[in-house]
Ligand binder design. Sequence first.
Ligand code: ADP
Ligand code: MG
Ligand code: ZN
Length: 625
Amino acid sequence: MKSKRTLSILLYLVILAAVLSMLSGIFSSSGNTIAYSRVTELFKAEQVKSFLLQGDQLTMELYSPYNGKTTVSTTLGDPEGFLDEMEQLLQQQSESGILTAYDIVAGEGWSAFDLVLPLIIAGLVLLFAWALLMGRMNSGNPLNNFGKARTVLGVPDDRKVTFDDVAGADEEKQELQEVVDFLRNPDKFTQIGARIPHGMLLVGPPGTGKTLLARAVAGEADVQFLSISGSDFVEMYVGVGASRVRDLFDQAKKIAPAIIFIDEIDAVGRKRGSGLGGGHDEKEQTLNQLLVEMDGFSKNEGVIVLAATNRPDILDPALLRPGRFDRQIHVGRPDVRGREEILKVHARGKKLDDTVSLKTIARATSGFTGADLSNLLNEAAIMAAREDRPVLSMDDLNEAMMKITAGPAKRSRVAQRRDLKCTAIHEAGHAVAMYHLPTHDPVRHITIIPRGQSLGSTWSLPQDDSSNMTRNEMYEQIVSLLGGRVAEALFIGDISVGASNDIDRATKLAKDMVARYGMCEKLGTVSYLDGGEVFIGRDYQQTKSYSEAVAATIDEEVKLLIDKAYDHCKQLLEEHSGKLHEVVEYLLANESMSGEQFAACMEGREIAECSSTSLFDGFEETTEE
Ligand code: ADP
Ligand code: MG
Ligand code: ZN
C-alpha cells in the first residue's frame, strides 16, 4: 500500500513538472531569440515590418524569415541607447512605410502578473493532484458509486403524506395501520412475542394510490421512507443489482425505524427460470439477494418492506413465502363514495363555484382511479387558468372529462363538409346501435368536433360500478363498436380508416371472450391466454401454451364472433335508418348532441334546442339511497 502511494505521488510530480515546463514555454518571450548585433543589421536591411519594445524585451516582425521565423525577439542590454542610436532610422523607415507599426512600452519585460500567473496555475495543479489522491483513498471516485442503491430518502421538510391524503381506501388503511403501530411502538409487539410481517405487497392497477399509501404509512409512523423502483435494480452490469439490494437494506437498518418501498417489484421479482438466458442471470442474482436480505432481519429491526405491483401472478413464489411478502393488500379502483372522497382531497386548494357537484362527478366516473380523478381536476384547473378564471365551474370539469376520455378538442381543424357528413354517419351509427342494445350503457354525448386522434366521438358512461361483465354485455359492446363502420358501409357506400380504433377494440374483446374467458362453445371453458410470459431483455412476449390447431380455431372463432356482431349491427341500423339520418342531420346542424337530445330524437319527441350538452347530465343526485 505504502509503495503504491509513493508511486502515485511520484507520478503526479512528473505530471506537474511536465505541466510547469509547458507553462514556462508559454510565458517566456515567444519566438526566436537572436543576438543583439543582428538586430541593427535587420533594421538597416529594411527587414523589420513592426516591433514592440517592452522594457528591455524587443520583439520584431520581419518581412522575410530569419532562421525560419518571421517573429524574433531579444533582450536589449541598454534599451535607451538602442533607441537613441536608431532614432533617425526608425523615423525614416516609418515615413517611407517600411516600418508599418511600432510600440514602446515602459516597464519590465516580465511583468509581475507574468510571474504570478504560472505560480497560481502550478498551485491549482498541485491542489487538483492532491484532491485526486485523497479522493482515491476515500472512495470518492464516481466508479465506486455503482453498487449504491439509488434510493430517494424522504426529505424532512418535504410535505408529509398521511392517511388523510389517501381518500376512500378505508380497508387498505386499516390493514396498514398495524404497520404504523408497530413502527411507532415496536416494544409493545416484541414483548408479547408477536412476529411482525417483514413485507407487505400492495397489489392493484396503476394509479390506484399504492405509492401514496406507502408514503402515508411512513408519514403516519413518522419514520424514514426509502423508496426505489424495481427497474433501478436491473442494470447492465452483472452484480450491480445484488449489491444495490444489499446497500439498500444496510442503509435502512442504519436509519431504522424505516420503510423500504420497492415500486414495481415485478421488474426484479419475476419468476426465476422464465428468462431466456437460462440459469444465473443478473435478475436472479438480484432477486436472490432480496430474498436473503428479507430473511436477514429476523429480529425485529424496525424495518418494514412494502412493495407494489399490478402483476402479482408473475412474481416468484419464493417472494410470497412466510417471512417475506406474506401479506397482500389489494388496492382497487374506488367506488362512488371513494371517488367523491378522492375528489374532495384534490379539490382542496381549488376554488369551485356552486355549479360543481363532486357527487355528480363521482357518479359519472365509474372505473376512474385516484390518479384519473386527480388528473380530471387538474385539467379543469388548467383550462380555467388559461382563461384567467380563478374559479372552476362544472363546464370546466365537463370539458376536462371529455378531454381525458377522448383527447383535446381540435376546433381549429377545419373539416370538409363531405368529411363532416361521413363523421356524422359514423357516430350516429355507434349511437343508434348503442340505443338498441339492451345491456349497453346509455349514450351521453355525440359530437363531430375532432378530438385527439378521432374526427368525432360518442360517449356512453357506465351507470354503476359493476366490474363484472357478462358474455352478452361483451358481445353487445362489440356490436356497438362496429356501429360506425357498419353505418359507413350502409349509408356512404364506402368505408374509411376512421373505424380502425373501433375495430382494434372489437377484435381484442372478441379474442378475450374466446381465448381468455372461455366464452365460446367450440373451445370450451378453457383459458388459452394464461399470462405465461417470456422475458427477453426488457420486453415481454406472450408464449403460446396451445397447439397450432387450437390457434387456428381461436382465429376462426374470433372471426365468427365478429361476423355475427357485424350482421346484428347491420340489421339494427337498417331497421332504424330513419332515426339514424335524423341524428346525422342534427349533428351536421349543431355539431354536438346531448344524451337527452339523442334520447328525445330516438323516442320521437321534440329535441330541445339549447339544452346543456354536459357528460354529467343524468348523473345528478337522485333520491335513491
Ligand atoms: P400507484 O402507485 O398505485 O400507481 P400512485 O400512488 O402513484 O398510484 O397515485 C398517483 C396519484 O393519484 C397520487 O399521487 C394521488 O394524487 C392520486 N391518488 C391515487 N389514489 C388516491 C387516493 N386514494 N386518494 C387521493 N389521491 C389519490
Ligand atoms: Mg406507483
Ligand atoms: Zn367509431
